[in-house]
Design a protein around this ligand. Sequence first.
Ligand SMILES: [Zn+2]
Length: 353
Amino acid sequence: MTVPTEVRGGVTGIAMVGCSATASPTAQAKGRRREVVVSGRRVKTVDVHAHCAVPEAMTLMGQTLESSALLMSSTQERLAAMDAQGIDVEALSINPYWYKADREVARELIRIQNERLAEFCAANPERFVAFASVALQHPDLAAAQLEEGVKKYGLRGAGLGGSVNGLELADPKFHPFWAKAEQLGVLVFIHPQATGAPTELEHRLKGNGGLGNVIGNPLETTIALSHLIFEGTLDRFPGLKICAAHGGGYLPSYAGRSDAGCVTFPERCTRPLRKKPTEYLRQLYFDSLVFTPEALRHLVAETGPGQIVMGTDYPFPWTKTSVDHILSTPGLSDAERAAMLGDTAARLLGVTA
Ligand SMILES: [Zn+2]
């Protein structure tokens, strides 16, 4: 592949590691920590998309662990993976499986999880922060859990699924939660999940290729974000800081259609918005898990370089090259690469540089 001139220039200005001792693949293979330096500055890299699980809480819902790598007790394994990839800080989240829990079970389950998350982060403060889990099916409780998570447990925001028991995140039922998230000024990480409902779409996504994940997950995020835009949730709570997993699904890759829809069929757009649908992409945040330099280049073009934060999906092995993906994407300045690698996430999550 021919490398454009400006890319060569950009990459030349980037040292991949902080010192020669960690520069060689041999050193990395021996378990040395990779340190990322951009334009001579050591960048604290932050992974906003890293999963974990608390089995003690899962038993309250009869759930079993998908992978032992999700355990927070697998700390050495997790740290080794972070060190090899050049990731300094992980922002941990737990995929919601508790949206059908009644109020009392949800209260206890979330208390256990947020306590464990807080304990783990406190034991490893240089390497981990976490998003609070919240019982969004009980919005007032979720708002209280978020506030407690932030103020009492030092958690840095909340992790949500892409829908809640068939309701969109834009449903007015959830306004109390969004109001609290806006008031606290913390980041809300939206990650898709299997709904478990035997919908026609899920039926069509069966078969070879794991399409329920490959297509269904990004589609859920696309739908969730689109409703937050078109139902006016982002107008009602303009201070919200929302980060969408997997590059926001398909929304940024076909964003122009969101604008064209209301022009082509104005009778279908009965709720006036404060700005064009695509302009909301420039206030949302997106993780960088889009696999190719071309996809990341396009995501940046649609959303702005300051809206992208690094995401790996650890421990699910989608990628081991998130740092290199950002370093090798053409057309970015060193400041923009540093922002994506960690500066923006550090600011959003209260991670000190
Ligand atoms: Zn994930």
